[in-house]
Design a protein around this ligand. Sequence first.
Ligand SMILES: C[S@@+](CC[C@H](N)C(=O)[O-])C[C@H]1O[C@@H](n2cnc3c(N)ncnc32)[C@H](O)[C@@H]1O
Length: 283
Amino acid sequence: MPDPRDKSKVAEPIDLGPGYRLAARGRQEAEDDRLALLEQIFDPASRHRRELVQPGWRCLEVGAGRGSMAVWLAERVGKSGHVMATDIDVTYLERMNLPNLEIRRHDILKDPLDVLGPSSFDLVCSRLMLFWLAGKQETAIQRMVECLRPGGWLVDEDGDWGTVSPVDPSHPYYARYEGAWQGGEWWAARGYDPTFGRKLPVLFEKCGLKNIRSEATAEIVRGGSLWAKWWQETLLAIRAWEQSEDRLTEAREEEYKVLTAPWSDPSLWFLNALLHACWGQRL
Ligand SMILES: C[S@@+](CC[C@H](N)C(=O)[O-])C[C@H]1O[C@@H](n2cnc3c(N)ncnc32)[C@H](O)[C@@H]1O
């Protein structure tokens, strides 16, 4: 008879990590609008960062969201090329209908890579996804690298989301905002790394990539701007998740008020996220 108290036989609980908190379930229309704002803000620089893509290339975009960059890639590779866009939720991607754009529901952490095409892509890219896979980013990058053909490029853009802070200590909102934000530790309290983006080159190197280059950009933006609106919507989406999971304590509700109200006030200037872009090649 096996000893029921034998702890060595008890499977370790699977650590799912904090996971993705902006899932559209129950708020599809609001998430569609939030992702549309995101595309408006980030696409111009993202296109520039993918200019290495040539006609005829095979490209994989992981966590493609609402799909604007996948469509751009499909146009860039042309008829002789092919783009595969994956996501754990393909609600928005399924609206796309281009002959050289293939959509697949796929979790980069768990689902088999055979369905994507290991060692076959000239470009694998992702944007604003890895941050959410706290503690599992190296696994995700490793799996994306496995999809590259020798000579192919991995490109990722991700943020240091902890840097988002007002710049003027004399502004009436400043002290309360900083009290709640705590220099970005607000993220750490939720299991995320507020300085994740700057670690991309380290992770790329650990995953065997060569010719690594990384750059970072940030802006000072004001309340009421497009960026401010998107950030406000993003915080409110995280709040909605906490509410749906019964994690929205009174203290947290108060924090959300303190952190979202200033974004409507044009008199307040903020440093936005430090947005990192990292390139690496599989040799
Ligand atoms: C913030 S959105 C960014 C969407 C898109 N990359 C863009 O920048 O427009 C993050 C996306 O990653 C997807 N995602 C989250 N975890 C994922 C995973 N494990 N595998 C694939 N996609 C994932 C989400 O469903 C969401 O569409």
